[in-house]
Structures are given as structure tokens and as C-alpha cells.
Ligand binder design. Structure first.
Ligand SMILES: [Zn+2]
Length: 112
């Protein structure tokens, strides 16, 4: 999937950043990962344009860029994309992963 040329507003993250996250997807366990992740977020939003259910959207894991971690506002979570409408629908924060990443950033300024 190539989102770099999607022309809609980058609601949560720049499209180039989204593309990098897509390229680091672990495809081997994709189906299990998606099912597992979706269960944790029963209130994930449907697509505002076509009303596709959250469970029918494309889910990926991503996090804020370095400046946000320096500013203490970094977040790790799950971004949902509607492939039909080419929009970023929702960003669901994973507080546990965010806290772990914040600790790691304070310790050695690296993102996992
Ligand atoms: Zn849609």
C-alpha cells in the first residue's frame, strides 16, 4: 500500500510518516495482530465519509516523531485508514506503550 500520494488532509500524521509505519508492518502475524488490537478499541470510529466500520479499516501501529518526545507529548498508538476514501480516520493511543516509549526516550533518546 502506498499512501504517500494520498491527497487528503493528514489528519493525525504526515502521509510520509504513515508510509514509513506501513513499511515496518510485520505481515506474518498480521491477521492475529489486527483482531487482537481491535478488541482493545471497541469504540474506534467508523470512516466519517463512507461509514465503513472501524473493523473494516486498515489498522497500523505508529508513534509520534522525535520532536514530540522531546516536548514530552509523544504518543504510541494505532492509526486507522479508510483505503476507499484515502483518509486517516482515528488515532487510538496505547497508554502502556506510550509510557514505555517515554521512559526509553528519557533514557537513551531512541524510538522502538
Ligand atoms: Zn471511507
Amino acid at each position: 500500500m502506498d499512501v504517500v500520494n494520498w491527497a487528503t488532509a493528514a489528519e493525525f500524521f504526515p502521509w510520509r510518516h504513515v508510509q514509513q509505519s506501513i513499511e515496518s508492518i510485520e505481515w506474518n502475524f498480521r491477521t492475529i495482530w489486527v483482531e487482537f488490537t481491535q478488541k482493545d478499541y471497541p469504540d474506534a470510529r467508523p470512516c466519517p465519509k463512507c461509514a465503513s466500520l472501524a473493523t473494516d479499516l486498515f489498522w497500523l501501529s505508529t508513534s509520534d516523531l522525535e520532536p514530540a518526545w522531546d516536548a514530552g507529548s509523544g504518543r504510541v498508538g494505532f492509526l486507522t485508514l479508510c483505503e476507499r476514501c484515502r483518509v486517516q480516520v482515528d488515532f487510538l493511543i496505547d497508554q502502556e506503550l506510550t509510557d514505555l516509549q517515554a521512559d526509553q526516550w528519557r533514557g537513551c533518546r531512541t524510538l522502538s
